[in-house]
Design a protein around this ligand. Structure first.
Ligand code: PLP
Length: 419
């Protein structure tokens, strides 16, 4: 069966504008079902939590459903392992501060040079508690993590390992399984930033066996919000900072103050949108799944397999086009044999033009891309790009098409030629 791109696009009202949205790694558009869920929440269920009256009870039900949907999305054992928050950065800063309470001076924390700063800065603050930071470095050739020294950097002093699942700048997918295994060997806790990974591949926290994982629904067709997964046993060991009357048990004790209820309603709808895609179109892309998974989880895996196949095809076309533009330099994996180790997000520079100038010209022609560092500040500095305005970033997602890619390449070629 052909990939149902027109069926998908028909569900995204923003696409009617005719703009080409290649800004997905910064945030995707949302389907009508998500808009309806947010509006519906306000119309029918708008109330604070745990009241003894119908709107509050309806609101509680909507949040509980979204929590279960989110648990299915990452294959958590229980909905109680899902923490909702403002965004990944806020959740990570809060978690890191809580983890600081169980650290002793000299304890080591491993971070990577490849990550978004939301998975670096929160851990650097723990130096105030006497923690020592160790870095996993990058190979500048293809913007992958240098894992040769992993077993040396992770040692018996390591207490926390924070690693990104995929780079929001270069698309590199890291071998997180290997990093988690090395951390577990020495009894360290593991935190995975799956913000850039989540729209492109199915996440399985049970398989990864990490302690924590964070993602942001606004990157996978939902509202602006963040989600933190915490393994039940690990969360039970922590005392997060919270106000005194708030519930002492996870996930509530990690959810400071009133949540973004309408946004959470939209998160549930975004996951249902993906599940419906897998249910209706995905079976042949992930054959055999029926044997070990059922219902929404199976459909989500099917959806992500379907999306991955589409995005990889489109990405091959995009990269092939980019590489024909004189002087254009791509940062990241370009070898087609390794496309399974990258997302369809590409980062590049053009000679003689700042990334901002390129993004502005593209924007004027209806093609939306990011320029700058996208908070992947460490790798941009490391590659010497930060002082030059970073790089241009174009990211594909489930609603992009061949025609959009062709239009992008044609326009970029004109810009590169000075037109
Ligand atoms: C890889 C990665 N990590 C973390 C973040 C921060 O997420 P949030 O905006 O939800 O705080 C982003 C946002 O762009 C990201 O791409």
């Amino acid at each position: 069966m052909e990939y149902p791109v027109e069926h998908i696009r028909g569900q995204f009202p923003a696409l009617v504008s005719g703009a080409v949205f290649l800004d997905g790694p910064g945030g995707t558009q949302v389907p009508q079902a998500v808009i309806d869920a947010v509006v519906g929440y306000y119309r029918q269920a708008n109330a604070n939590e745990h009241g003894l009256f119908p709107t509050s009870q309806l609101s509680d039900g909507i949040i509980a459903q979204a929590r279960q949907a989110m648990a299915d999305f990452i294959n958590a054992r229980s909905a109680a392992e899902i923490v909702f928050g403002a965004n990944m950065t806020t959740l990570t800063l809060h978690l890191a501060r809580s983890l600081g309470r169980i650290l002793r001076p000299g304890d080591e924390i491993v971070v990577t040079r490849l990550d978004h700063d939301a998975n670096i800065a929160p851990w650097l603050f723990l130096q105030e508690n006497g923690a020592v930071i160790r870095w996993l470095e990058i190979d500048p050739e293809n913007c992958t993590l240098k894992l040769e020294r992993l077993e040396e950097i992770i040692n018996e002093k390591t207490r926390i390992v924070a690693v990104g699942h995929a780079s929001n700048a270069f698309g590199t997918i890291n071998d997180v399984g290997r990093v988690v295994a090395a951390a577990k060997k020495v009894g360290a806790l593991t935190f995975v930033d799956a913000v850039h990974y989540a729209p492109h591949r199915a996440i399985d926290v049970q398989l990864l066996d990490c302690d924590f994982l964070a993602c942001s629904p606004y990157k996978f067709y939902g509202p602006h919000s963040g989600v933190l997964y915490g393994k039940q046993e690990t969360m039970a060991r922590l005392q997060p900072y919270k106000v005194r009357p708030a519930n002492d048990h996870a996930p509530d004790c990690f959810e400071t103050g009133t949540k973004n209820h309408e946004g959470i309603a939209g998160v549930g709808a975004a996951i249902e949108f993906l599940a419906a895609l897998g249910r209706d179109f995905g079976a042949e892309h992930a054959p055999g799944l029926e044997a070990y998974a059922s219902g929404r989880r199976r459909w989500l895996k099917q959806a992500l397999a379907l999306v991955m196949a589409h995005e990889t095809r489109l990405f091959s076309r995009l990269l092939a086009g980019l590489l024909t533009i004189p002087g254009l330099r791509v940062y990241g994996i370009t070898d087609a044999n390794h496309f399974s180790e990258r997302t369809p997000t590409v980062c590049f520079t053009l000679p003689g033009l700042t990334p901002a100038a390129v993004a502005k010209k593209l924007g004027e022609k209806g093609l939306y891309v990011w320029d700058g560092n996208y908070y992947a500040w460490e790798p941009m500095k490391f590659l010497g790009l930060e002082e030059k305005g970073g790089a241009v970033r174009a990211g594909l997602c489930l609603y992009n098409t061949n025609d959009e890619v062709d239009r992008f390449i044609k326009t970029l070629r004109e810009i590169a030629a000075g037109n």
